[in-house]
Design a protein around this ligand. Structure first.
Ligand code: ZN
Length: 117
């Protein structure tokens, strides 16, 4: 049986930051599979009363994750910056950022235009 690659997986590389919608965790990709990624979650555990940081591998399915290391809108890796408005650390490329800025100026002006008519 041939395993089909999930379309989202083609943009994901080892070392990318991904967010999981299921458990709302962020992690760095350790390994890429056709329809899932392997990440390591840092957990603080108590061993004999001492806090010890341990890393637990987890598999996250492609349809549960968002790649935060590429542009949120187009998937580009060129000239990225963090989008501040959403609360989540999505990255936006310079092209999409200029489109978004133009759109937000237009929507900010729309009520003014309506009032004038
Ligand atoms: Zn973009």
């Amino acid at each position: 049986m041939k395993i089909q690659q999930h379309p989202r997986m083609k943009d994901i590389q080892v070392g990318d930051e991904v967010m999981c919608y299921r458990n709302h965790l962020y992690a760095r990709v350790e390994e890429v599979f056709p329809a899932a990624v392997c990440v390591k979650i840092a957990l603080l555990r108590s061993i004999d009363g001492h806090p010890v940081m341990t890393y637990v591998p987890q598999l996250w399915r492609a349809d549960e994750i968002e790649n935060l290391s590429v542009c949120h809108y187009c998937g580009s890796r060129a000239d990225l910056s963090i989008e501040q408005s959403t609360g989540a650390p999505f990255r936006v490329c310079s092209t999409c950022r200029s489109v978004l800025e133009a759109a937000s100026v237009t929507s900010a002006l729309a009520p003014l235009e309506r009032r004038n008519h």
